[in-house]
Design a protein around this ligand. Structure first.
Ligand SMILES: [Zn+2]
Length: 408
């Protein structure tokens, strides 16, 4: 377990211009803890990130995991809490072969947002938008001159591009506290071999978002964590964290086709079911699966055991039917998360409670595809345009386009 020893306050990143490396508190053998202070936005306030590092700095492979950039998605925090306990034990045993970096609470800004007694952690109330969008595009930040430093050596190209993207990030000057948060998180993850961003949905089964170029080599992640819907996109749109970390590799490979540039980071968003699915038993099992995945990828020593059979095949994110309500009213679902649905089947009914003669009071919401209903809104009040259900179909839908595939 992590001890209670006092920790150092690393200098503000905006004063240093680079991540504060070196101000660590060694909390136990092989485990270091760092505190990164975000710039103060108003007098008397200060927010910080805690970063836990396991194994030797710079050792490979490097895995990075963060929880709850959407601050009120608490199942993710509990999973990492259990994983940290396992990693701490492994570090004490000298079993961390690479390096593991964990940010157990990725969004202290959103965690402080309460409205009418409820945590509101998806959008910044101060106006900076969805916390998991608008991460810097590091591929775009590199100019054409970088080609002069590339060669036929794929591993050397990875090193050159990682360093160049790191330099590009340091040169950026974020405009506000949320931009700084994104900047710091990306800086911690951008040189990772594996980067996992842990979330949850509203009401959902466990599902996974991956870059299409990472498939099928990331099939072991999907199977190990027990994903019930694994959704692939080359560009989802909006620059979420996982694409900001992983996406530059395939963007640069396309831009410089004369040089070998591999997909050097297995970057993914893991959705740990629904907002209320907070359970010690489930979180412990999920942490076991992440730990076994890290063993399987040689980040941590030890036998992960046989790979579980995959629950689902990967399907295209542009094959997801996001069913939006055309009307306002009370939602009554006919299908549960995890249910298979058929094209033409009614998955929910929206009832207009003001309709006095009951004619047309009910609006059926119908699936356009065969697939798995993997997520639905926990809120039972429909408004026109609101996404109520998400169904993973196997075929791309004509009105779903790259760059606009996620909900707001
Ligand atoms: Zn989320």
């Amino acid at each position: 377990m992590i001890g209670n020893k006092a920790w150092y306050i690393a200098a503000c990143w905006h004063q240093q211009g680079s991540p504060p490396i070196g101000n660590f508190d060694n909390v136990s053998q092989g485990t270091r803890r760092e505190r990164i202070v975000l710039p103060t936005m108003s007098p008397g306030t200060e927010r910080s990130l805690q970063v836990l590092r396991f194994g030797a700095e710079g050792a490979r492979p490097k895995a990075y995991l963060q929880a709850s950039i959407h601050a009120d998605e608490l199942p993710a925090m509990l999973v990492l809490n259990h994983l940290v306990e396992r990693l701490s034990r492994a570090a004490g045993d000298g079993a961390i072969r690479g390096e593991v970096v964990v940010v157990p609470v990725a969004n202290p800004i959103g965690l402080a947002q309460f409205v009418q007694g409820r945590a509101m952690g998806r959008f910044a109330l101060a106006g900076s938008g969805n916390f998991n969008r608008h991460f810097p595009d590091l591929a775009q930040s590199l100019d054409e001159g970088i080609a002069g430093r590339l060669s036929d050596d794929a591993a050397a190209n990875v090193s050159v591009l990682r360093a160049a993207m790191g330099d590009a990030l340091k040169a950026m000057q974020p405009a506000d506290e949320v931009a700084w948060l994104r900047h710091v998180l990306l800086g911690l993850a951008l040189d990772a071999d594996i980067a996992l961003d842990l979330h949850c949905d509203s009401e959902a089964v466990l599902h996974l978002y991956l870059g299409t170029p990472l498939w099928p080599q990331a099939a072991d992640l999907s199977a190990q964590i027990g994903s019930q819907a694994t959704l692939l996109a080359t560009v989802s749109g909006g620059q979420p964290f996982d694409e900001a970390v992983g996406g530059p590799w395939w963007a640069l490979a396309e831009r410089f086709p004369g040089y070998p540039i591999p997909a050097a980071c297995l970057s993914a968003t893991v959705e740990y079911r629904g907002r209320s699915d907070v359970s010690e038993i489930t979180a412990a099992a999920d942490a076991d699966n992440l730990f076994r995945f890290l063993q399987r990828r040689a980040v941590v020593d030890g036998d992960p055991g046989p790979l579980p059979g995959a629950i689902c095949e990967a399907t295209p994110l542009d094959g997801v039917h996001m069913i939006r309500s055309p009307v306002s009213g009370v939602i009554a679902y006919g299908k549960e998360p995890g249910d298979a649905v058929a094209a033409g089947e009614v998955v929910a009914v929206v009832v207009d409670p003001m309709n006095a003669d009951f004619t047309g009071a009910r609006t059926d919401l119908i699936s356009r595809c065969d697939g798995i209903l993997y997520g639905r809104s926990a809120d039972r009040l429909a408004r026109p345009g609101k996404v109520l259900c998400k169904i993973a179909g196997t075929e791309s839908l004509p009105d779903r386009h790259a760059g606009a595939l996620l909900t707001d």
